[in-house]
Ligand binder design. Structure first.
Ligand code: NDP
Length: 259
């Protein structure tokens, strides 16, 4: 019997088959989880590109697919209403979302625009609060929320720029949420992944150099694979991790310990 047999949850952040959320979803599915998924609303409903991309991946096993821009309260309400209708209660929420406008992401932090800062923080950090406030109303005791972060939230990583500031805020948010939701029986954790080529990471400057550094200097002298991130994400959301909350677990071939 799989670790997620009878367990139900929501997954936010699959853009395509390179997405970290997809790597985790594959492991959750293999362990028997039932899931609802979201995608960014399509600008042209006649050409539902986002929905099609997601549907292609999860069509065999999704319980539902809904559009959701995390900046839109109505979208968020609709997703959690659907989860309640479909599942009653849920066991997990995967938050695998980040965004910063290209002009702000590419430049130094001291040049970030006010609007770019607000947008980056809202989508990359506040969205977790939006999900947590709704999730706690339908999470089962023992349920949990997992979010994705990167070492650039703890240390200065050249090229990571404003996203590093967002990840710092996200990691702090995870700790506060863990403390607040813990007495209700819920866990909140972060998985800090090494660099993987995805749509989001292709916007990060010096990404290729980052990957090479991991291959040369991490304790394992290599980078991680999507499957390794997927397996650890699945573990953190499973009952095997029932004693883990407020954690920031690095899946980065050990790179974070290096000076
Ligand atoms: P992806 O681009 O595959 O995933 C990012 C997701 O965020 C996409 O599905 C994107 O939707 C979604 N998104 C962006 N803006 C919004 C919004 N307003 N509302 C709803 N969804 C939105 O990249 P990754 O898988 O790399 O990123 C997932 C998470 O992992 C991010 O938090 C990222 O910072 C983190 N991470 C990534 C690492 C890497 O090296 N790739 C390393 C460590 C952490 P759409 O594509 O449709 O715009």
């Amino acid at each position: 019997m799989g670790l997620f047999e009878g367990k139900k949850g929501l997954v936010f952040g699959i853009a395509n088959d390179h997405s970290i959320a997809w790597a985790i979803t594959q492991q959750l599915h293999a362990e028997g989880a039932e899931m609802g998924f979201t995608h960014l609303p399509d600008k042209d409903p006649e050409r539902p590109r986002m929905e099609r991309r997601l549907r292609k991946l999860v069509d065999d096993f999704d319980k539902f697919i809904l559009p959701c821009d995390v900046q839109n309260e109505e979208n968020l309400d609709a997703v959690f209403a659907k989860a309640k209708e479909e599942f009653g209660e849920i066991d997990f929420v995967l938050h695998s979302i980040a965004y910063a406008p290209m002009d702000d992401l590419k430049g130094p932090v001291h040049n970030v625009s006010r609007d770019g800062f607000k947008l980056s923080m809202e989508i990359s950090c506040y969205s977790l609060i939006s999900l947590a406030s709704r999730a706690r109303k339908i999470l089962k005791p023992g349920g949990n929320i997992l979010s994705l972060t990167y070492l650039g939230g703890e240390k200065v990583i050249p090229g990571y720029n404003i996203m590093g500031v967002c990840k710092s805020a996200l990691e702090s948010t995870i700790e506060y949420l863990a403390n607040e939701l813990g007495p209700e029986g819920f866990r909140v954790n972060a998985l800090s992944a090494g660099p993987l080529k995805t749509l989001s990471s292709s916007a990060v400057g010096e990404f290729d150099q980052m990957t090479k550094l991991y291959e040369s200097f991490s304790p394992l002298r290599r980078n991680i694979t999507p499957e390794e991130v997927g397996k650890t994400g699945m573990f953190l959301m499973s009952d095997q991790a029932s004693g883990i909350s407020g954690e920031n677990l690095h899946v980065d071939a050990g790179y974070h310990i290096m000076g």
